[in-house]
Ligand binder design. Structure first.
Ligand SMILES: C[S@@+](CC[C@H](N)C(=O)[O-])C[C@H]1O[C@@H](n2cnc3c(N)ncnc32)[C@H](O)[C@@H]1O
Length: 295
């Protein structure tokens, strides 16, 4: 089957009202700035799969259970420097900000992602969409998607995707940048409530010991990355946290929406789990290979 790319926002919004049809189509990300509705925005970026196997999937209030247990750990008299890594469109950071504001907790909040910008360019009849490392994500030929990363259900689009080169030339002129940041997140950035920067979790932090809280949800996934890479990511997070600071690591169960997360406190180069939500995260054993964990 073919996956179709819909350029008209009004037609796309009609199609995605039906859950089955929503999975058969993608929105033309060239027009993402036209989207005003959050639900449409989530739907439009949900299906973007990156070459390292991660998706842009995120959703409003997806950490409701985690935030409910995490926020009471914080002290109203302190100002927290916070970093949310691999934040996607940033909406879950906005949710945390809402919780901090309600509790009157002060913060200096940064969000980052390696792939918040994607780029597009036209060559002949094809429109190419590429990531920050010039990997070709997919192409669009008059509304037909060419995408080797699709599931076998879209065998024709997947087959066509295999004819695309893996990489784009790195000197493409007239490449357009598309920012996959939610309108509500953009509003927070414009009001200086949030600061965004590009960051690859697997590169060492340039500012060790900077943050009181570092959160990394739905990225350190053993199904997607080698143990070596995961250890690197854990070490980088650990080093970016201040002594006495907190690390929040976990994953959302896509079926139930529950979050399996652990909050650790750093102290004297060790970590102490101080909160386990729904039994805690799945990478505890791996964490203890990188850092001393004091149960
Ligand atoms: C599944 S989303 C999770 C978004 C959000 N944290 C949440 O849980 O709702 C994974 C995000 O990680 C980002 N990502 C993938 N590889 C990354 C890397 N090496 N460094 C930083 N971010 C990365 C992707 O661009 C994507 O936005």
């Amino acid at each position: 089957m073919i996956k179709f790319i819909i350029s008209s926002l009004s037609i796309y919004e009609k199609i995605i009202k039906n859950k089955y049809l929503a999975r058969q189509v993608s929105f033309d990300l060239d027009n993402i700035n036209e989207i005003k509705s959050e639900d449409t925005f989530f739907e439009a970026i949900r299906q973007v799969r990156l070459p390292n196997g991660t998706f842009k999937t995120t959703i409003n209030n997806r950490f409701h259970d985690l935030d409910k247990e995490f926020l009471p750990l914080l002290n109203v008299e302190k100002t927290y420097s916070i970093h949310d890594i691999g934040t996607s469109d940033g909406i879950t950071a906005v949710n945390l900000i809402d919780g901090l504001d309600i509790k009157d907790i002060s913060y200096d909040f940064s969000i980052s992602d390696k792939f918040s910008d994607i780029y597009l360019y036209k060559k002949g009849l094809l429109k190419y969409f590429i990531d920050a490392e010039d990997n070709i994500l997919f192409a669009d030929l008059g509304g037909i998607m060419f995408n080797q990363y699709l599931s076998n259900r879209f065998f024709l689009s997947k087959f066509l995707g295999k004819f695309l080169p893996q990489k784009a030339h790195n000197n493409i002129e007239n490449k357009k940048t598309v920012l996959l940041i939610n309108p509500r997140t953009k509003d927070c950035i414009n009001k200086n409530k949030l600061n965004f920067f590009n960051y690859d979790l697997f590169n060492p932090s340039s500012n060790p010991g900077t943050f009181d809280i570092v959160r990394c949800m739905n990225l350190l996934n053993p199904r997607l990355f080698s143990e070596d890479l995961l250890r690197k990511g854990i070490k980088n997070i650990f080093e970016s946290v201040k002594n006495d600071g907190l690390m929040v690591i976990g994953r959302t169960n896509p079926r139930t929406g529950e979050n399996y997360a652990t909050v650790y406190q750093k102290s004297d180069e060790k970590l102490k789990p101080i909160l386990k939500v729904n039994g805690g995260n799945e990478i505890d054993a791996l964490m203890s290979q990188v850092v001393n964990i004091n149960e």
